[in-house]
Design a protein around this ligand. Structure first.
Ligand code: ADP
Ligand code: MG
Ligand code: ZN
Length: 466
């Protein structure tokens, strides 16, 4: 019998809001433990939640970006469970009427390379829990994260392997990032995925029993969790056993999963409508205004970059980083050379960004000077480095260091003359047909000229003489 893997993802993303979802405590990552808390997010009796309007806006934006229908009449529900990181002993979520549903994301099919639609079942709003820290035989709790707004994006089981699951998550990340919905810092937990995996006879319509692995926080872990879990299930079946529905823990070190607990059912959570929050009605006007404020989506942006002459690979690299996108677009306001700019961004600039800010104005100016033949590529690199590390101004730095290409042909000629007379061996080697000997002579001249002439004019001068 031939088997296939079936996978669906529940992706949690923390929203880029100033404040929490039901109170006005600060929502940013970190902070002194338990300083970003109030009676609402800590669940004091009688404290009442209020829905953060910005959360609703970002949820609608996410729904539109993922091709969803927006639910106009929304309600919140209580999901009850007892765990010390949840101060209210329930999480406010949306079970019956999620804010967005029936969307899709396109990824590349891992088998035939064509576009494949991964359907989105729903997106709902919920609140994050606090954090438990276990140390020295004690458990400490930090409620700063309790009540931080989350969107949970639930896919249909349309993914066929770990590669597709990782690519789907990458796609989501790019969309969330470019739409300003989340900072998607996976190492800080602001984007994490629960992975559901089952196997079934190839071509069968029925779904197999699935297991779930929670809170995976890297693309590599997502890919390995899916593929290794499918393998494990196949071997269980191959040995005559059957897969049991359960939650498993994926261990990054061993790249394998271990049983954790039997899967809880909706019934276990005793869901009921949240009585403290009135229904939330979203107007067509509001949806229209969110639509009007939507930024360019990653697929559109990539296609536009490719139409400017970038390779799909370069376009993808730039689109995965907000800083590079901003630099690219701003630099193009100054210089009219997209491909050259992209090369700088993915080479020199990526290195220099580790040392300081790279200003688009200066980068654009330097690229213009280079393309106008005013400075050599080496001088251009030196200049940018000085701009980033020492705050230099391009023109002033070039003047001070006499980097302008003079193309003063008499100077080039004089130096070529001298280098030729000092290196008779190289000259005769060249005359015997050794191309390398000419490069050596050019190099010697360039060193003397210290970037004041182009290699082309030096080569010409040497050839004229010999
Ligand atoms: P729950 O909320 O209890 O985890 P859902 O039915 O909402 O369960 O499904 C959660 C996720 O699991 C969805 O992304 C869905 O696509 C996926 N899923 C459901 N059944 C299967 C299955 N048999 N194999 C793989 N994934 C599945
Ligand atoms: Mg689940
Ligand atoms: Zn609070």
């Amino acid at each position: 019998m031939e088997f296939e893997t079936v996978c669906g993802l529940e992706v949690h993303t923390e929203l880029l809001t100033k404040t929490k979802v039901f109170c006005s405590c600060e929502a940013a990552f970190g902070g002194e433990p338990n300083t970003r808390c109030c009676e609402v997010c800590c669940g004091m009796p009688g404290a009442l939640p209020t829905v953060n309007a910005r959360v609703v806006e970002l949820a609608v934006r996410c729904g539109l970006a993922l091709n969803c229908e927006i639910t106009r009449y929304n309600k919140f529900d209580r999901k009850n469970y007892f765990y010390p990181d949840l101060p209210k002993a329930y999480q406010i979520s949306q079970l019956y009427l999620p804010i967005c549903k029936n969307g899709f994301v396109e990824i590349n099919d891992s088998v035939n390379g064509k576009k494949k639609k991964i359907r989105i079942h729903e997106i709902h709003i919920e609140e994050d829990a606090g954090k438990l820290i276990h140390q020295n035989g004690k458990s400490l709790v930090n409620y700063n994260r309790a009540g931080v707004p989350l969107l949970e994006i639930v896919s249909e089981p349309d993914l066929s392997n770990g590669t597709e699951a990782a690519e789907y998550t990458k796609k989501l990340r790019e969309i969330l990032l470019l739409c300003g919905i989340s900072d998607c810092k996976m190492q800080e937990g602001s984007l994490r995925a629960d992975v559901n995996v089952s196997v079934r006879e190839k071509g069968s319509a029925a779904l197999g029993k699935r297991t779930e692995m929670k809170n995976l926080s890297s693309f590599a872990a997502i890919k390995a969790a899916v593929d290794n879990e499918a393998k494990r299930q196949l071997s269980v079946i191959g040995n005559g056993g059957s897969v049991i529905q359960e939650t498993r823990r994926f261990d990054e070190k061993t790249q394998a999963s271990l049983p954790m607990r039997s899967k809880e059912e909706a019934m276990d959570y005793k869901y009921f409508p949240e009585p403290d929050i009135p229904p939330l009605v979203i107007s067509g006007e509001f949806i229209g205004s969110v639509k009007a404020s939507m930024p360019e989506l990653p697929d559109e942006k990539r296609a536009r970059y490719v139409s400017l002459g970038l390779t799909p690979y370069d376009a993808e690299l730039i689109c995965s980083d907000l800083k590079l996108i901003a630099l690219f677009e701003k630099t193009l306001e100054i210089t009219d050379a997209p491909k050259e700019t992209a090369n700088w961004l993915l080479g020199e600039v990526t290195v220099l960004l580790k040392c300081g800010e790279v200003e688009a104005e200066k980068l654009g100016e330097i690229i213009n000077l280079l393309l106008d033949g005013k400075i050599t590529r080496d001088s251009a690199k030196r200049t940018l480095e000085a701009c980033v590390k020492e705050g230099a101004e391009p023109l002033a730095f070039i003047k001070e260091n006499a980097l302008e290409i003079v193309n003063d042909l008499s100077l080039v000629g004089d130096i070529a003359e001298r280098i030729i007379s000092e290196n008779p061996k190289a000259v005769s080697e060249y005359k015997e047909g050794k191309e390398k000997a000419l490069n050596f002579l050019v190099g010697q001249c360039m060193r003397e000229l210290r970037g004041k002439a182009t290699a082309d004019s030096v080569r010409k001068a040497i050839l004229e003489i010999i």
